[in-house]
Ligand binder design. Structure first.
Ligand code: 4NP
Length: 161
């Protein structure tokens, strides 16, 4: 089986595309890229069809990550398709919990910093801020991704071939 992970933020142009790019690289590092599928979505459709924010693309590129996603709004079917649905902040989390229809779906919704040893709470929205905000987001995403890899290994490694 493949584990399917969906990263979710508001616009799907800054944080969740960054999370997707960082996490893909971490999967390669841990030789898990064939076992885990990654996607991202927004709780809003404001930026549907757009490439990621150029500031996120640039800051991620400086750290060796390639941000390639196209923005889309989360769909009800995602709550069944994906195994883990990873919210960037508390608003995203509340939105996701609000559209879940059963306990199985609710159990899939987690916060990105649940997997961090040093960060807590929100991955802060960098959209209206400056460069520092994007670097902060990437710091949090890098550190949390390592914890998420550990969690996936714990939960699913018996099912990987
Ligand atoms: P994201 O950032 O949720 O990390 O993609 C934002 C992108 C766009 C807007 C807000 C946050 N916006 O208001 O358009």
């Amino acid at each position: 089986m493949k584990v399917k992970v969906l990263f979710v933020c508001l616009g799907n142009i800054c944080r969740s595309p960054g999370a997707e790019a960082v996490f893909r690289e971490k999967l390669k590092k841990h030789h898990l890229e064939k076992d885990v599928e990654v996607d991202s979505a927004g709780t809003s459709g404001f930026h549907e069809g757009e490439a990621a924010d150029s500031r996120m693309i640039l800051h991620a590129k400086r750290r060796g990550y390639s941000v390639t996603s196209t923005a889309r709004e989360i769909m009800p079917g995602d709550l069944d398709t994906f195994d883990m649905i990873v919210a960037m902040d508390a608003n995203n989390y509340q939105h996701l919990m609000g559209i879940t229809k059963n306990p199985t779906q609710k159990n899939k919704v987690v916060m990105m910093t649940d997997f961090s040893e040093i960060y807590d709470g929100d991955v802060p929205d960098p959209y209206y801020g400056g460069s520092l905000g994007f670097d902060k987001v990437l710091d949090i995403l890098e550190e949390s991704s390592e914890g998420l890899i550990d969690e996936i290994k714990d939960l699913y490694s018996a099912k990987f071939k």
